[in-house]
Write a protein that binds this ligand. Structure first.
Ligand code: FES
Length: 103
């Protein structure tokens, strides 16, 4: 279920954007053209993008590329900051294997 603001009391209705689909840990994610990976994950109710070495969930924190908390693996490439990279149709996004539980 996508959680998006479709109409704002001041800004009005959100414009239509083309749908984009990708996967996160093998599960489908519905995004919209122009979404960052982080925005798409959040809109799909996914807040833990990876886990720390201690097994703690990590996700969006600064949202501007400074903290590196949102790192994910994209099409086999580790260390991609989900808040900076746009969602692309068909991309394979995975949680980085960093935690002791292998996630
Ligand atoms: S949320 Fe801080 S770098 Fe992405």
């Amino acid at each position: 279920v996508s959680e998006r603001l479709r109409e704002h009391p001041v800004l009005g209705k959100a414009p239509f954007r083309e749908p984009v689909r990708f996967t996160f840990n093998g599960k489908p994610v519905n995004a919209e053209q122009g979404d960052s990976i982080a925005a798409a994950l959040l809109a799909n109710g996914i807040t833990a993008f990876r886990h720390s070495r201690l097994g703690e969930p990590r996700g969006l924190f600064c949202g501007i590329g400074h903290c590196y908390e949102c790192r994910v693996k994209v099409d086999g490439v580790n260390g991609v900051r989900a808040c900076l990279v746009s969602a692309v149709h068909g991309m394979r996004v995975e949680a980085e294997a960093e935690g002791r539980d292998g996630r």
